[in-house]
Ligand binder design. Sequence first.
Ligand code: PNS
Length: 159
Amino acid sequence: MRIAIYPGSFDPPTNGHIDIIGRARQVFDRVVVAVLRNPRKDPMFSVAARLEMLEEAIGEDEGVQVVAFDGLLVDAAREHEAHAIIRGLRAISDFEHEFQMALMNRQLDDQVETLFMVPHAAYTYLSSSLIKEVAGLGGSVSDLVPAGVELRLREHHGK
Ligand code: PNS
């Protein structure tokens, strides 16, 4: 069984994340979407809300499991028997940080391989922080995030 872990903050999930999950599923039998509990960041959404938004957006797919994780990603990968870490690569600007993380993860565990996947061109400029900024200023993000995420962003901003 080919298993991959797709880690992230997902605060909140965007259509770009959902697109990558779909692409990863074309290649892997099981994709474990792993939400970082973010001890050092100050997330807009609770872990429970992020898990719920992901589950809603993914829908029925027994090959996708949504979990939360703390600590090292390589430990979560081992726990879920994943041999690959999936990361979305949007632009050159992502590359340096992603390259560092991939090599650090290899240093920590060379049994797990990092694979970069490119989202649909329509989502290459998307990021969760931009979504939060635009939604917070009253702009429409309806084409950019799943419906449940848009709803929760509205609720968060009391609209
Ligand atoms: O969506 P993000 O915020 O870009 O995801 C970052 C994430 C969760 C992949 C990264 O912060 C991570 O793997 N954190 C776990 C801690 C860890 O393993 N650090 C060392 C690896 S570089």
